[in-house]
Write a protein that binds this ligand. Sequence first.
Ligand SMILES: [Zn+2]
Length: 169
Amino acid sequence: MGYIAQARSRKQIREVAELIRKVQFAEHELYFPILDFVEKTLPRIVPAFSFRVGDLVQMGECEGLTIPEKNEIWIRQDVYLKAEEGRGRERLTIAHELYHYLEHSKETVAFARTNGKSIPLYKDPEWQADAFGGELLVPHHLVRGMSAEEVMIRCGVSYKAARFQLRYV
Ligand SMILES: [Zn+2]
């Protein structure tokens, strides 16, 4: 049993990331201000939306949580503070939750029984959210020719994410 979402290619996910960059007026910026987007821009567009920071007692092992039907994204406090400092992994966690909020809801995600077979990546909501995070934080059209170190520093992502995204520029 796993979750299954509507099929999305990397190209389609990239288009969503590009749209979000436009909404934030960050099409030409290497560093996407993910906290600004979820704390200021998104609530302006969707007044019902709220971005919440939860403590360790409330959230436990869970670093991020999205409840689409309540219009909420929850981020654990330590993760939030690291994202605020510009740490790549934590910035990616927030971008990941943002995709769940934008694209995954009771209407679009279902439980799937797959007889031991794994769900194809392009239908896996976790793969989709990770792919979106990478596309949003690393603008493919601006990083051509850069080294992974340069992408890591200028885009505010982890070295691993920088190297991974450079495969798709
Ligand atoms: Zn997730």
